[in-house]
Design a protein around this ligand. Structure first.
Ligand SMILES: *[C@@H]1O[C@H](CO)[C@@H](O)[C@H](O)[C@H]1NC(C)=O
Length: 360
């Protein structure tokens, strides 16, 4: 670890020497002038929404049955423990429905997993739409937070960079790691809101659960002016091959954060195949990152006028399955529990029937 840290210090020195420090006025160029800085002060006065609802994006593939999409329940528990409830945003929803749901939730989480990150693929298209809506909302003074975890981080990196080959391969599956801070970390919204002890533990102990085969090379972000304009790199981490990738970032002008690591796994995933940190200090990381995100969402005032409509949209209307108990349809499953969603057309019919029954 000492050697890794030494290598990283040298790399960071080289990065400074090349003057490709994200967020330096010159490097950011013209486009940043178009944005007004909307820093999040996280003041208690503004956190007035005491019934925050978070949208979470579903995805195809294991453990979802064919034609279905899923969300690992650990993401839902992570949000619930911070005082939020969840409305799913299905990967096969059309843009109009994504927009309708956007206006009903107070923040959106794009979770981890494995999906094709190109236009024409549901998860990517839905997240692109959400990204566009998030920028628009915040530009119009409608404070709306967005967070990406692992695959969610990668998706936001692809969208914000406008470069479909920005990601590269890393050997970082099942690799709980420490986070090495850049000079942007300490004053960042994300790390300055987390309790100092949590920040310190993340930097000094391998408590950030990394579990990915793709990632954002620290050199790739520096070479992409669009991405440098958009995101501050807060931390870097190192894979088994000594390659350095971005592990935490936050948007400069928007309440958008992304972690390549999984804050939700420490408290909520128990597979024996993975070395997930479960000690008390690691559990607090799950809780405090959840608090950070949900507290941001309390500043958003989107709401669902009719309580019956709210109840019908919540994730509790869908099947919660114990997917971690055994192999699921022949596959090892990383997730203890998962929510399954039928195809959007079916879900739409059910929701419509409930609405009609109420108005009859
Ligand atoms: C996209 O990013 C990759 C990785 O940094 C880089 O090699 C490539 O040149 C970029 N493509 C464009 C069009 O900028």
């Amino acid at each position: 670890m000492a050697l890794r840290r030494a290598i990283l210090v040298v790399l960071l020195g080289a990065l400074s020497a090349l003057a490709i420090r994200p967020n330096s006025g010159e490097a950011r160029g013209m486009s940043s002038m178009l944005y007004k800085r909307k820093r999040d002060k996280q003041t208690d006065k503004e956190r007035t929404n005491m019934r925050p609802i978070i949208g979470v994006v579903s995805q195809e593939g294991d453990p979802a049955p064919k034609g279905h999409t899923y969300i690992a329940a650990s993401y839902i528990k992570f949000l619930e423990a911070a005082g939020a409830r969840v409305i799913p945003i299905l990967a096969d929803m059309p843009p109009e429905e994504v927009e309708r749901r956007f206006k009903l939730v107070n923040g959106i989480l794009v979770p981890g997993g494995s999906q094709v990150l190109r236009p024409g693929h549901g998860f990517y298209d839905v997240t692109s739409k959400i990204f566009e809506l998030t920028l628009k909302a915040n530009d119009h003074g409608d404070f709306f937070p967005l967070h990406g975890t692992c695959l969610g981080f990668e998706t936001l990196a692809v969208i914000a960079s406008k470069n479909h080959s920005i990601l590269s391969e890393f050997d970082a599956e099942n690799l709980p790691s420490p986070l090495f801070p850049t000079d942007k970390a300490e004053k960042s919204e994300f790390f300055s809101v987390l309790p100092h002890k949590v920040y310190e533990n993340l930097l000094t102990k391998p408590y950030a659960m990394e579990n990915h085969v793709n990632g954002l090379a620290w050199t790739a972000i520096a070479e992409n002016p669009t991405l440098v304009d958009f995101f501050d790199v807060l931390t870097l981490s190192i894979d088994r091959g000594g390659r350095t990738y971005v592990s935490t970032m936050e948007a400069i002008d928007y309440p958008i954060t992304a972690t390549q690591w999984h804050p939700e796994k420490n408290a909520y995933e128990w597979t024996l195949d993975k070395d997930i940190p479960h000690n008390p200090e690691a559990i607090v990381i799950t809780q405090e990152v959840g608090n950070f995100f949900v507290n941001r969402a309390r500043r958003n005032q989107h709401n669902i006028a009719n309580h019956d409509d709210e109840v019908d949209l919540l994730i509790y209307n869908f099947d919660l399955v114990y997917t971690g108990k055994a192999k699921f349809e022949g596959e090892e499953v990383d997730f203890d529990e998962s929510y399954f969603f039928p195809p959007w057309e079916k879900v739409r019919e059910v929701e419509e029937a409930k609405r009609q029954a109420r108005s009859a």
